[in-house]
Design a protein around this ligand. Structure first.
Ligand code: SF4
Length: 230
C-alpha cells in the first residue's frame, strides 16, 4: 500500500503549504547546500551511535532498502511473532501517512518503547512536532508504552543508556498523546492542499525558519508548476 505523506513531508508542510506541494509532486526541484548535506551526515552518525546500544536490533532498512512501502508489513510480521525485539526503521502506516521509527523496543506485554534520535543539542519544537506525528501514527497501529526523544548531550553529563553518556533521553509520551487532535487537523489540511494545484504562497521569512527551504531558487523565479489539478 503506497503512502501520501511522510514525517519529512509533514514537517515541510508545517513550514509552508507550497513546499509541501513541491515535495510531493516535484521534489527534483529541491536544492540542498553543502552545509545542509554535512548536517544530514552528522545526524546519521549520531543515530548509528545510539542504535549500536541495541546490539540485538534488526534493521528493516538493511533488508528492504528503498522499498519503504513494504516496511509496515515487515514490521508487523516481526512484531507479531517477536518477543522483546528491537527494530530499527520500523514502519507504521495509518491514514495514508508512513512513518519510520528510529528505534522500537517491544516489551513483554507487546507494547512498544519508541526512541526518536536527533543529533541536536537542545530539544527543539520541531523535534517535538516530528515526534508528535510519529506517536499519532504508531498509536493507531500498536500500543505505545513510551515515546522518547534522544538528543545530543555533548558534555556527557546526566546521559542515559549510552556507554559514553552522550545520549540525553526524555520521555514525552503524555505530551505527544495530547497533540492527537492537532495532528489530525493538520493532516486533513495538508491533504486538502495536495488535492489542488500548486499554492501561490509568496516567499518570506518562513522560507528560512525552522529550516532553509530547498525550493528558494525555484520560488524566486516567480513561476508555478502546471499540474494535473490546474
Ligand atoms: S521558498 Fe518559501 S514560499 Fe517557496 S516553497 Fe519554500 S518556504 Fe514556500
Amino acid at each position: 500500500m503506497g503512502h501520501l505523506l511522510s514525517k519529512s513531508k509533514y514537517i515541510r508542510g508545517l513550514q509552508c503549504d507550497r513546499a509541501l506541494w513541491l515535495d510531493v509532486f516535484n521534489p527534483r526541484l529541491a536544492r540542498y547546500s553543502a552545509e545542509q548535506m554535512r548536517r544530514f551526515g552528522h545526524g546519521r552518525d549520531f543515530e548509528y551511535a545510539f542504535k549500536s546500544t541495541f546490539p540485538d536490533g534488526i534493521d528493516i532498512s538493511a533488508e528492504l532498502k528503498r522499498n519503504v512501502d513494504a516496511y509496515p508489513a515487515r514490521t508487523a510480521e516481526l512484531l507479531d511473532k517477536g518477543d522483546g525485539l528491537a527494530l530499527f526503521e520500523a514502519g507504521f502506516q495509518y491514514d495514508d501517512v508512513l512513518v519510520l521509527a528510529d528505534v522500537v523496543r517491544q516489551r513483554e506485554d507487546g507494547s512498544l518503547d519508541i526512541y526518536e534520535v536527533k543529533s541536536g543539542t537542545t530539544l527543539s519544537e520541531t523535534y517535538k512536532r516530528d515526534a508528535a506525528l510519529q506517536h499519532y501514527i504508531i498509536a493507531h497501529c500498536r500500543r505505545v508504552n513510551s515515546f522518547s526523544i534522544v538528543y545530543n548531550g555533548l558534555d556527557g553529563v546526566n546521559g542515559a543508556n549510552g556507554q559514553d553518556g552522550r545520549f540525553m533521553i526524555i520521555d514525552l509520551t503524555e505530551a505527544l498523546a495530547a497533540e492527537a487532535g492537532t495532528i489530525a487537523r493538520n493532516l486533513a489540511a495538508m491533504k486538502d492542499i495536495l488535492a489542488h494545484g500548486e499554492p501561490a504562497t509568496p516567499t518570506g521569512q518562513h522560507c528560512l525558519t525552522p529550516y532553509a527551504c530547498p525550493y528558494q531558487h525555484y520560488c524566486a523565479q516567480g513561476v508555478r508548476q502546471t499540474s494535473l489539478f490546474g
